[in-house]
Design a binder for this molecule. Structure first.
Ligand SMILES: *[C@@H]1O[C@H](CO)[C@@H](O)[C@H](O)[C@H]1NC(C)=O
Ligand SMILES: *[C@@H]1O[C@H](CO)[C@@H](O)[C@H](O)[C@H]1NC(C)=O
Ligand SMILES: *[C@@H]1O[C@H](CO)[C@@H](O)[C@H](O)[C@H]1NC(C)=O
Ligand SMILES: *[C@@H]1O[C@H](CO)[C@@H](O)[C@H](O)[C@H]1NC(C)=O
Ligand SMILES: CC(=O)N[C@H]1CO[C@H](CO)[C@@H](O)[C@@H]1O
Length: 406
């Protein structure tokens, strides 16, 4: 009997492939439905006649689809099509217990039984043979991404060597040169994403969805021009865990003009979370630029922090200016869980590499207009945050007054 059904599955599929007209298909599927109903009758003679009659319309939809999906590979479509209008009406009368609708499932997946839903993923590479359960010999716990051009390959090679096998390496290529990286042994294990002339935050928004990176405890989203001579990623993670940092960065070696005191490396401690700035810059010692922020060149997010910050990244504001001052909204209390790791530190080499690489034709003009756009985006971002907050509190205000009126 199983053979028969399997052949039916193939037959109806190949019939569909040939695109017969509807009446032919209806005849075929109806015929097959009858044959199958007969076979079921033969195989379950103990079923009472009344039950069979009552369920005759239902059997094809319930039992067959169950067997089809689970054992026999028969297409559910051809089966439900074979059932006539009377079938649908009779199952409607039964209040559709055969259909699944679970509102607590992820949006859009309400029709699936919860047991089959896989909401999260990772970047682990799998092989194409063998047992799936034996695919992975090493499951990395952390993720590091670099946004790179080929010209910076030697620096990136040096960076990658500072990250152990506990890290998945993900490169975002903005210059379209991907296969050339295979000169490095590690490149073949790395994940490569290529899209021309985009910025770090553009890639992060599109390829680091919180559900996709859910298996990583920490996520490094780094620039390509960082000097890592005095940095070790495993040691860094240890310190981040020890001090409970949800958002962090390595201290910056104060060689050239640093923008902020907060991210400047201190020689005398492991980690710092607050700083003093120029007089008048910090009205509140717990908010930026005196605390609760790191810069956007080398941030390290905990899973939870990234889950929130991802939502804050705007699709059109690609330079990410202003993000560093706003990320504290994702972390509570921000001045305790955001910090700079001093004993594992980096040097910002300040190579405007995306500009160099990509727009040599009108470089000067390009550089000016990029800076201009950065500042403009900063303003836009601040305005959006402010107006979204205003809107929320305004709504909250009216709701409060309504409820007090009751
Ligand atoms: C099935 O129902 C639809 C609408 O309810 C109707 O248009 C169609 O003619 C019916 N088909 C049969 C075979 O009864
Ligand atoms: C049918 O479903 C509706 C809504 O899901 C429910 O309110 C109703 O009680 C159900 N009826 C029966 C007979 O189960
Ligand atoms: C990877 O992480 C585990 C657990 O934290 C640690 O024991 C191991 O030393 C790490 N591997 C490397 C290469 O550092
Ligand atoms: C509160 O009152 C305003 C104005 O009367 C009304 O538009 C709004 O829907 C009310 N909100 C709630 C939650 O009742
Ligand atoms: C011939 C026919 O009725 N085909 C239908 C089979 O069922 C699928 C999904 O329910 C429809 O999309 C087809 O039009």
């Amino acid at each position: 009997m199983q053979n028969t059904v399997y052949i039916m599955g193939i037959f109806s599929r190949s019939a569909l492939n040939k695109k017969p007209n509807d009446s032919t298909r209806l005849i075929i599927t109806t015929f097959l439905g009858i044959v199958f109903g007969f076979l079921i009758g033969v195989s379950f003679p103990s079923l009472s006649v009344s039950k069979l009659n009552f369920a005759s319309g239902l059997l094809p939809t319930i039992d067959l689809s169950y067997m089809g999906e689970n054992k026999l590979g028969i297409s559910t479509h051809s089966v439900s099509n074979s059932s006539s209008n009377s079938t649908t009406s009779s199952s409607a009368k039964l209040n559709d217990t055969s259909k699944i609708w679970i509102p607590s499932n992820p949006r859009g997946a309400e029709r699936l039984p919860p047991g089959i839903i896989v909401a999260e993923s990772d970047f682990n590479l799998r092989r194409l043979w063998g047992k799936p359960s034996e695919d992975l010999t090493n499951i990395p716990k952390y993720l590091v991404t670099f946004t790179v051009g080929y010209n910076q390959r030697h620096n990136i090679d040096a960076c990658v060597k500072k990250f152990s096998a506990n890290f998945t390496i993900l490169l975002f290529h903005y210059d379209g040169r991907v296969s050339e990286w295979d000169q490095f042994e590690w490149s073949r294990q790395a994940i490569h994403v290529s899209a021309r002339k985009q910025t770090k935050w553009w890639y992060a928004k599109r390829f680091l969805h919180p559900y996709i990176v859910a298996s990583y405890d920490y996520i490094f989203i780094w620039d390509e021009d960082l000097g890592v001579e005095h940095f070790n990623a495993e040691e860094y993670i240890k310190l981040v865990k020890k001090h409970g940092l949800e958002l962090s960065q390595p201290g910056l070696e104060p060689n050239k003009g640093l923008t902020w005191q907060m991210t400047k490396r201190r020689g005398d401690q492991e980690v710092h979370k607050t700083t003093t700035e120029k007089p008048g810059w910090c009205t509140d010692p717990h908010v930026p630029p005196c605390a609760a922020f790191v810069e956007i060149m080398a941030p390290v997010f905990s899973r939870d922090a990234w889950r929130c910050v991802w939502y804050m990244i705007q699709n059109d504001l690609v330079h990410g200016w202003g993000l560093d001052f706003a990320m504290r909204k994702c972390i509570e209390p921000a001045h305790e869980k955001i910090g700079v790791v001093d004993s594992q530190w980096i040097v910002h080499q300040r190579v405007p590499s995306l500009g160099n690489q990509v727009e040599q034709e009108h470089h000067f003009y390009y550089f000016i207009s990029v800076s201009e756009r950065c500042r403009k985006e900063w303003t836009m971002f601040q305005n959006r945050v402010a107006s979204a907050e205003n809107e929320y509190f305004k709504k909250l205000g009216t709701m409060r007054s309504n409820s007090t009126a009751h």
